[in-house]
Design a protein around this ligand. Structure first.
Ligand code: BTN
Length: 272
């Protein structure tokens, strides 16, 4: 064990410090099991943990999704990881969620060139209409964000809870077999580092275009959490989702949206 109680010395066959060195992160803690890597990292952040401190767990007993939902995090099936982003600003930098979503698509495309990952605003990762991963960003004091990433790697359809079977995916299911968790983590951290170090105030045009190229909602009818229905028109430079409602464009900055076709919700993953 290293340092923190319960933390493992080795992860994926190598000393934990070696992964931290390889990835250029200041500190990493790996656990067999945690309630939630986000909650654990928030405690570290409150004690002064450095920018890009990383926490992983093989399984989570209370994995958290967006909107207070739970996140299935069974042992050996996926990458359940959190990392800390610090910035100079007083408030948590608002573009971090979307930029980490973009980082996840870059990482997945490098790991598995046949994969066509999409971003469902703000930061679900989808493949062929199914959710492969999600990102949960939580403020952790002035200018700090705990970024939690859950990526399904090894599940077969039978491994998901009944409520998820219709809408969840894993890399294995998408034909990307035997991709190790360490490679996924390394690619993701490297892509995230290049996008949020430091987090920009606005997406520059190439970045916004790249987000748009992965935006699975563009042109679709969507309903916001507060019940507004309109046509998704892309992503603004400040990360807002643009939705045309009755001829005017609204900028959605909080909450989530659901794609609807003919009044039927098609883009909600129950329980995640
Ligand atoms: C979502 O799509 O609802 C976000 C899911 C985020 C899940 C990850 S797994 C690692 C980290 N720890 C948590 O408790 N949640 C995030």
């Amino acid at each position: 064990m290293s340092g923190a109680p319960g933390a493992l010395d080795r992860w994926e066959g190598r000393p934990v410090e070696e992964w931290a060195r390889r990835w250029g992160v200041p500190h990493m803690e790996a656990y067999d099991e945690l309630p939630s890597t986000n909650d654990h990292l928030r405690v570290l952040a409150e004690s002064g943990a450095a920018h890009f401190t990383v926490v992983t767990a093989d399984s989570q007993t209370a994995g958290k999704g967006r909107g207070g939902k739970c996140w299935e995090s069974p042992s050996g099936m996926g990458l359940w990881m959190s990392f800390l982003v610090r910035s100079d600003s007083e408030v948590p930098p608002p573009l971090v969620p979307i930029l980490v979503g973009l980082a996840a698509t870059r990482a997945l495309e490098r790991l598995c060139p046949s994969l066509r990952p999409g971003i469902k605003w703000p930061n679900d990762i989808e493949v062929e209409g199914r959710k492969l991963g999600g990102i949960l960003c939580e403020g952790a004091g002035p200018g700090a964000v705990v970024v939690g990433v859950g990526l399904n790697l090894r599940q077969g359809i039978e491994d998901f809870d009944p409520g998820l079977k219709e809408r969840a995916a894993s890399m294995e299911m998408a034909g990307c077999r035997d991709v190790s968790r360490s490679r996924v983590a390394g690619e993701l951290l490297s892509a995230a580092h290049s996008l949020v170090n430091p987090p920009p105030a606005l997406l520059d045009e190439p970045m916004r275009q790249e987000v748009m190229d992965h935006d699975i909602l563009n042109g679709r009818t969507v309903r916001t959490d507060v019940g507004v229905t309109g046509i998704a028109m892309g992503i603004a430079a400040d990360g807002a989702l643009l939705v045309e409602v009755d001829g005017r464009v609204e900028e959605i900055r909080a909450g989530g949206v659901t794609a609807v076709e003919s009044g039927v919700e098609v883009n909600r993953v129950a329980g995640t």
